[in-house]
Design a binder for this molecule. Sequence first.
Ligand code: M6R
Length: 353
Amino acid sequence: GKSGYDHYMLKEIHEQPAAIRGCLRERVEELTGSIELPELTALARPARVQFVACGTSYHAALYGAQLLRDHGIAAQAFLASEYGADRVPVPAGTLVVGVTQSGETADTMRALREAAATGATTLAVTNVVGSSAAREADHVVYIRAGPEIGVAATKTFASQQVALAMVARVLAGSETQSAVESLRAIPDGIQQVLDESLAREVAETYLGAEAYFFIGRGLDAPVAREGALKMKEITYKHAEGFAAGELKHGPLALVTEETPVFATITGDDDAVAKTLGNVREVRARNAPVIAVTDRPETAGADATHVLPVPPLGRELTPVLANVQLQLVSYWSANLLGRSIDKPRNLAKSVTVE
Ligand code: M6R
């Protein structure tokens, strides 16, 4: 059941600290700073990695690809529906990673099969034990989030991010004590976000808006896309999420005082400074800005509202920022009386191409 929550989605948002603990269990060793993924021991360091995924899982793949590149491995994320092994070259030494919660998504399965047919090694990062992806891929890493009933992916996205953060470091051989400490701090960090009610207040304030924008740069860019997907999926409102730098290449034309802009602002000083430049651009058009940030005093200074998150370092703070956006979407949909757990026209698992 829903354990007293009004919706599975809210229950699953609140299950995230436990889900992440499950994902990390027996995989991280704080004393030595090692990350144990026995599932990957048979795997040589790949020359390059191609991710294939859909929807929310694609956003996790974008995050994972960026982490791998940061650790020196060439990596790209592809939408599974656009991935044709005939068009995308898969040179020898390529690892193809299917990220799929259900392990049954038809587009992702087809992409994995095409990759396997070209001789690539495949890895499934999935939640469902014994799913098609788990059975067919050469290697499997389970995200261990537990069953997710709500159509909107929430805890499974966080668990995908954490699993991919571990996979990236193991493949690159760049496990460190501080990385392990940050991973272990995620459940408490999420709990802090969940204990506040600021997201609900933001949802109420902007409930009348017809469109929402989400921006972020670097590892915050997938969070921006995911924030917009969640918003449109459960509120039926128009929402767009994109890399912050793209704003002035078109979307800025749509920004008025009626369009709330959610700006996720974490990362290094340079990235933060650039995104704050984007924030000033939209503030100059009188658009409300909701800053989701681990540095509320500085990065939140020009914002209309601030949704703070605890600082967990460049790689993992975006996981916490996403939780704030989940809560804003949830409360927006709730106040609008939407069918949150079963949005119109959508299915939990998309088994047709
Ligand atoms: O089971 P999968 O992770 O392969 O599903 C992929 C998408 O259909 C899924 O993430 C979808 O975008 C979510 N409902 C979004 O909340």
